[in-house]
Design a protein around this ligand. Sequence first.
Ligand code: RIB
Ligand code: NA
Length: 309
Amino acid sequence: EAFDVMVVGSCMTDLVSQALRLPKAGETIHGHKFFIGFGGKGANQCIQAARLGAKTAMVCKVGKDFFGDNYIQNFKDNAVHIDFVRQTSDAATGAASIIVNSAGENAIVIVAGANMLLGSAELQEALPAISHAKVLVCQLEISPQTSLQALRMAQENKVKTIFNPAPAIPDLDTGFYTASDVFCCNETEAELLTGSSVGNVEEAHRAGQELLKRGCGSLIITLGPLGCVVLEAPQSISKHVPTPAVTAVDTTGAGDSFIGALAFYMAHYPTMPLEEMARRANQVAGVSVQADGTQTSYPFRKELPAELF
Ligand code: RIB
Ligand code: NA
């Protein structure tokens, strides 16, 4: 059985507090709501692709603990294949402490835990499936070597790759660019990777040109309410793809919703222009920012307009 989308990446338990503003160093403030949710960039992207109708499998590691057991149940509930989900007693399930302010913005600390113990042994076990998948997606909440190895495995087998360099690291191995069919980052990550400010569409066009030269097939920089810019090698024309305005309640994981949707479109409509995939993925992510939480806010296919399919 071939999977549409495979994700080699992270699972985190999200511990979310909503407050009017983010606290300063040394400060205690009152919040008004707390909840626990399923998060982690890898799993978020996988769940969004699955909710749009992709046949998905997750390659990841959680702890042999309460959060890990719950996470596996969450994959089952979302019809994600769990044959490559491993549990370890050597580390705890990854956790993310998240604070969301009244503008829907957030600050996050992640403790990756078990995610960091996913390595080549697990990739080897998943290789038969990876080599037959349509699209493979990786991020940076697991060990970077594991991500890079997974992307290379996929590419050697002509599987399309999407790489999301999140959270960004300043000296990213250039191998990540050449192993990416689509390299997709947000404005903050683009700033870190280029060293120049990415605060508007003009600056995003420029950062995009610079990042595309590093060797990826295509490049997307997401810009929140401004949509995204899309560039494809060898032409380095940067196209702005705007997105309809919405009122944001919680933007946490909106980038993951975008990438999960992009992976779905790449698997299901391989000949669709990347710009059109990005336009549709913008709309899916736009729905996610209008509700609390990450995965809890990700739309299912049946809740979306038919024109997106
Ligand atoms: O991208 C959003 C995700 O980042 C959250 O779900 C949190 O777990 C962190 O990994
Ligand atoms: Na949300």
